[in-house]
Design a protein around this ligand. Sequence first.
Ligand code: HEC
Length: 82
Amino acid sequence: MRYFLIFLAALAAFQYRAHAFADETLIKAKCTVCHSSDRIEAKKRSRGEWKRIVKRMKKYGALLSGDEEKLVVEYLARVYGR
Ligand code: HEC
């Protein structure tokens, strides 16, 4: 039982990292077409600000599905949030 719990904890940690990695890859792929990631990392912004910026980027032509847009906003708010 104890090993099973350790296994579960390791699995959860791995999935969490894999998830963050996927979000980061998504941003690298979709958000550095027109400018470098310096632009993104330059400033910490609130969730609302990130939401507005990502909407604006979509208007400029960033290719994001609705689900991807949500993931990107979540990730940016978590990592570059304030
Ligand atoms: C089609 C081209 C394009 C794509 C793709 C794009 N951007 Fe931009 N981005 C721009 C342009 C042009 C500006 C400068 C004008 C502006 O700030 O509105 C900019 C500016 C920015 C800024 C600075 C805004 C500010 O107010 O200081 C951030 C942050 C940003 N982009 C984030 C992103 C993110 C996150 C993505 C991916 C979802 C993305 N961009 C994808 C064109 C793009």
